[in-house]
Design a protein around this ligand. Structure first.
Ligand SMILES: NC(=O)c1ccc[n+]([C@@H]2O[C@H](COP(=O)([O-])OP(=O)(O)OC[C@H]3O[C@@H](n4cnc5c(N)ncnc54)[C@H](O)[C@@H]3O)[C@@H](O)[C@H]2O)c1
Length: 124
């Protein structure tokens, strides 16, 4: 009914994926925000293996405790998740994230088929 599903977990999902993210490393910006945090949860629940890196500067546009709660929920999933508190306009920081994951591709080969962030998903 929902067309081709990429993996078993997606059987329970109403969402049809047209991309296979298994084995990928994904950088999600605005990861503590409404859209970003929900995206992070979906990625971690629906793909295996997957490594998700979230970045968020935790702006105080609204109550930051809400963002902290969202991050706690994601942490509670006990998946391959890394959170970085930082600004996506910080070029040096973003370059560091990419270069560290490029290095991982060599050192963790076998654990991840691709550890270099391939997709930047934007929730900012
Ligand atoms: N929520 C909706 O229904 C909706 C609908 C359509 C479009 N959008 C757009 O999607 C985006 C995200 O929406 P949301 O509801 O998740 O907002 P949100 O405010 O809950 O999340 C945005 C997150 O981005 C972070 N952020 C902002 N600037 C940053 C920076 N420079 N570096 C790192 N992190 C930064 C904030 O701290 C925040 O946690 C917005 O651009 C919004 O306009 C949202």
């Amino acid at each position: 009914m929902w067309g081709h599903l990429n993996n078993k977990k997606n059987t329970y999902s109403m969402l049809q994926y047209n991309i296979d993210l298994n084995g990928k490393t994904i950088l999600v910006t605005g990861a503590a925000g409404f859209i970003g945090s929900n995206l992070v949860k979906r990625l971690l629940n629906d793909f295996e293996p997957i490594k998700v890196i979230g970045i968020d500067s935790i702006t105080d546009y609204y109550d930051v405790r809400l963002k902290q709660e969202r991050l706690k929920e994601v942490e509670g999933l006990s998946k391959d998740w890394t959170f970085i508190k930082g600004n996506i306009a910080d070029k040096a920081l973003i370059e560091q994230v990419f270069s560290e994951n490029r290095r991982n591709r060599q050192t963790l080969w076998g654990e991840y088929t691709e550890a270099n962030p391939k997709l930047l998903l934007n929730g900012t």
